[in-house]
Ligand binder design. Sequence first.
Ligand SMILES: [Zn+2]
Ligand SMILES: [Zn+2]
Length: 245
Amino acid sequence: MKVFAGIRHVFRPALATVFPSQCVSCGEPVEGAGYDAICRDCEPRVQLVRSPRCLTCGFPFFGEAESKAHCMHCEHLQPEFGQGWSMALFRGPVRDLIHALKYEKGIWALPDLRRIAEAAPELEGFLAGATLVPVPLHPLKLRERGYNQSELIVRELVAAFPDCGVADLLRRVVDTPSQTKFGRQQRIRNLRNAFSLRRNRAIESGFRYVVVDDVFTTGSTLNACAAVLRKVGASRVDVLSVGHG
Ligand SMILES: [Zn+2]
Ligand SMILES: [Zn+2]
């Protein structure tokens, strides 16, 4: 089944009209599940993040009673943002959905990502009254991919939580190499000066901005974006990722 994964993903919308949709994780038909692309067997592997959670990156403190400011994932981060939040762990079907969206043009994954947002405990409260800022792609990457996945995720969030605003404030001025193979220090170096405020955009004083990305791995990308917003005058900046790595 895995051999044909790419083909399945690219042609899913056409196939879906003929065959029942297939599970993004195991390839079995999706029938009677709460998701379009996650079957009933794989559904329990969607691990939504619940409190207590790390206040900086949103990673859950499994079984620990109290939220601390930092967990082992972000203790060296020196966050430029106030609070970090993640909807789910970047594992199993959540990882597969995000992977399809980023690398296989799987925009069909978006409705399921919205369902994950709707099911994510306490997310509505975290986003109440927030202005969402998508992490931008470099124009070259945008041309290659055809869309910015963070922007599409922001649209789904606004559909789920209509009192959120959107502000496309940032642009990516340096096309950094894919960060996945770099360690923490190298990521931070790569991202220095990678983002800036878009032309003719201004920070609204009193707004609370939440920068949104697909995945939180080391937090360097979200942190670099938050640093730009802070530098140009935003007083309240928080961050949100769909999946925590
Ligand atoms: Zn499955
Ligand atoms: Zn943390």
